[in-house]
Design a protein around this ligand. Sequence first.
Ligand code: PMP
Length: 391
Amino acid sequence: GLADWQRGVRAQFPILAGTDEAYLDSAATAQKPQVVLDAVQHYLTTGNANAGRGTYRWANRTTDLVSHCRARVADLIGAGEPDAVHLVGGTTEALRRVALDWLVDILADGDEIVVPAADHLANVLPWREARDLAARRGVTVRLVEMPYEPSGDYDLAALAPLVGERTRLVALTHVHHVYGVDMNVHRVRRLVGDDVVLCLDAAQSVGHLPVSAPDLDVDFLAFSGHKAMALSGIGVLWAANRRGPRYAHRGWEGSPHTAGAASLAAAVDWFDATGLDRIEAWTVALGARLTDGLARLPGFQVLGCQDSLTLDSTVQRRHGLVTFRHPAISAADLGFVLAEHGLMVRANAHCQGPAGERESSVRVSLHVYNTVEEVDRLLDVLARLDASSHH
Ligand code: PMP
């Protein structure tokens, strides 16, 4: 069954073999399977050169490697054309490029952009910058705040009257980095119609579940290699070629992150071999176990869950990413105690935009290598906490 399969998958992560500690912070960055480490090692020890420049053997191999990476990424997100895949530094850079290399030049006086103000700051700040740059050339653009439901999902009923003739772009997130909610992206497309550009932050979904850019019907899709089991410093901006002016790089591109491209191509191969549907099934099940366990502990509040009665309906849409707090114990104290027990979690505020949570909280983010035992160990430590001894 799934449990046997998971044991075999976990065994492919060498960093986990050497520790008793539980890594529960995969939303920050994911661990790497052996085949990704091998691909980087192999590339750097047998053919390292720059890409797209030289014409000797190592240089040609490296150029091919970067093209291969683009093709594999296009396969991963169901997007066909490798030329639509731009290799960038990460999600933050990708979203800034959409806003500042592309959007800013097509904005006209009176245009509106819908901004997801409770999502990650990387998907909030670039749109503000685009508005401010447009203002410097006398073009007035209005940012409209995306409305949210209490679960953290987008509130489509409240969004509908905000979208109009002047809406140029709606910026969205696929899986929320604090609530773990699988956002209603496909329904946003139906609501806004065909003419509005949709830009999707897929940093927490690519590598966690099957993601198809055509199915989601978005125009731009961004993600980071390091959260998808590849190296840090490489990421993807995919740009559809169907509506309006095509996104294109301007002028010179610097030397690409070649070892990063090797790691990303290998990570895509690994996802294919392992199965993103099973990866998703595992993390959703672990996330549900954690959410249910927290709901049974007195005092703990799971963000995005209104009360235990709503849990069941929300749980299915959480992707192994669960954030909570306790009214009497600070997130910093919780983080400290959990770290003392070898449980690596994120305990502070979470780079969330202005409409999001201001208070600190603890985020547990699970991936396919995490186990039921790790989740239960965490719940056990929390259950044994004496709230009165913390402030
Ligand atoms: N968007 C989301 C939803 C994220 O979770 C993150 C990383 N925490 C980012 C954007 C930024 O990604 P990066 O730091 O890799 O650029």
